[in-house]
Design a protein around this ligand. Structure first.
Ligand code: UN1
Length: 485
């Protein structure tokens, strides 16, 4: 079936009308697969602000019930939603299914969390006083998501924001508007089953950059959670700071894997294959740099080259395919800018931009290796001295993910220590991509510093309040100050 025939069936399945000026194209063959209407940012912010007034007072475990119902809908629709993700983003079906599973997982996590939004009690210095802190809902949250995870990134944010008492507005990538419509259709069913959620609690605003900017600048939006390029973050961060709003930024990565002399090379090669070629190198966690000890470099590169040569590139809907197309021509052009004419378009499906994964050996870490090219290019650098390798890992502007392959416990610990990898994620004997939702996800430096998903990332979606309560009949002042007449 052609992508457009597939789209007709899937749009019908989700009850999405194909109407609107914002046209979606499938990267599989470049054909138009549907259109959506551009939204109204001002209206959305108004409705979200109104929804906040009632949602913040719904008990958190009841808010969790809405997220539980969403999880049910996602379980039921896992397969068709994954197929739509494949159709619109070009990732293989296995990865599409994985992405929807990530949504289900975060819903489960958020449901549990809805009974654990806990604060602290703090010892007061004053007699008969008690101190504590509470976490309260923050306000409307804007979620800006990218094409490469067209549904999961929304879920990481929305599931937490909703249990935290915040309405959400979603501005998805203009490259994947249909996935967003499908998720909203499922959300709507969950809202109907839930019954009395306020109108405007969960909204979708489709559009291009101007629509995103209008939302970013709107003072009614308390938190802007933005996933995308460093350039996008550079534009969004200061705009929100200008009005003292909060941001949560998940920007570019330039993720490295170190391979040490004691490493299990077979394991390392398999991990490298998934991290570098998976999602056609279009994850923010994709492996971009290999830092390999000189003594094992030739052996490892041989294996990786062999694995790369055997990667089936083609229609991401075919079960045998490991690498689908790049998202569009611009992505292909940026890969070409780095690699020059050695990169050829693979003749897979007419109209799509298909490439093979490439490995490039470098003497020095300079030039294009310092930038994130959203394509399957793996740079390789050799090292002799362990500390020098850690410096190479860190000597890039980005700080999202990193990993080390070693069977030497001291090397592993040094890599994870305060003087080791400077990234938000540092793994041992697995690749840098494919994180579970239970941990906090995000990174340092140009990656933006935000943390989403697991651990205590929920705190970004709430405001902290410190309370001091006097249960005595005297009025002792803090710091022993006396102030009597
Ligand atoms: C992204 O590419 O924007 O860790 C997110 C991973 C996925 C998320 C990637 N769980 O690779």
């Amino acid at each position: 079936m052609s992508p457009s025939e597939d789209a007709v069936e899937l749009l019908r399945h989700f009850g999405i009308p194909d109407s609107g000026e914002l046209v979606s194209r499938s990267p599989i063959d470049g054909s138009a697969i549907g259109g959506v209407r551009v939204g109204n940012p001002g209206d959305a912010a108004e409705r979200a602000a109104a929804a906040f007034v009632s949602w913040r007072s719904v008990p958190a475990p009841s808010r969790g019930e809405l997220v539980r119902l969403l999880g049910d809908q996602l379980r039921e629709a896992k397969e068709p939603l994954a197929r739509l993700v494949t159709l619109e983003s070009g990732k293989i079906l296995q990865e599409g299914l994985g992405e929807v599973q990530e949504m289900i997982d975060i819903c489960d996590f958020a449901v549990g969390l809805s009974r654990q939004l806990y604060g602290l009690t703090i010892a007061s210095e004053r007699p008969k006083h008690r101190m504590m802190e509470q976490w309260h809902p923050l306000g409307p949250v804007l979620i800006i998501s990218a094409f490469n995870f067209p549904v999961a990134v929304w879920a990481w944010n929305a599931a937490l924001a909703l249990v935290c008492g915040d309405p959400v507005i979603w501005k998805p990538s203009e490259k994947t508007p249909l996935c967003a419509e499908a998720v909203m259709a499922l959300m709507k069913r969950a809202l109907d089953l839930f019954g009395d959620a306020p109108e405007g609690l969960v909204q979708l605003v489709q559009g291009e950059r101007d629509i995103g900017e209008a939302l970013v600048d709107d003072p009614r939006i308390a938190l802007v959670s933005a996933t995308g390029s460093t350039a996008m973050g550079r534009a969004v961060g200061p705009r929100v700071a200008q009005r003292f709003g909060r941001v949560l930024l998940e920007l570019g990565g330039n993720n490295a894997t170190m391979v040490c002399p004691s490493a299990d090379l077979e394991l390392a090669a398999r991990a490298i294959l998934f991290s570098a070629a998976g999602t056609a190198g279009q994850r923010c966690t994709s492996l971009r740099r290999l830092i390999v000890h000189d003594s094992v470099a030739d052996q490892l590169v041989d294996r990786v080259r062999r694995l790369f040569a055997n990667v089936a590139v083609g229609d991401p809907r075919d079960p045998g395919t490991l690498m689908g197309p790049l998202i569009d021509e611009a992505a292909f052009e940026s890969m070409k800018r780095v690699l020059g004419d050695v990169i050829e378009r693979v003749d897979a499906v007419q109209g799509g931009f298909y490439v093979r994964p490439a490995i490039v050996e470098l003497d020095r870490q300079e030039g294009s290796v310092l930038h994130e090219t959203f394509a399957p290019i793996l740079y390789m650098l050799r090292y002799r001295d362990f500390e020098e390798a850690i410096k190479l890992n860190n000597r890039v502007p980005q700080g999202l993910s990193s990993s080390i392959f070693t069977n030497d416990v001291r090397e592993a610990e040094r890599f994870m220590s305060a003087a080791g990898s400077d990234c938000g994620i540092a793994n041992v004997n697995i690749g840098p991509s494919g994180a579970e939702i239970g941990g906090a996800f995000g990174g340092e430096k140009e990656t933006g510093g935000g943390r989403e998903s697991g651990s205590d990332s929920w705190r970004a979606y709430m405001r902290r309040q410190t309370n001091t309560i006097n249960y005595g009949s005297d009025l002792p002042l803090a710091q022993g100050i006396r102030f009597d007449v």
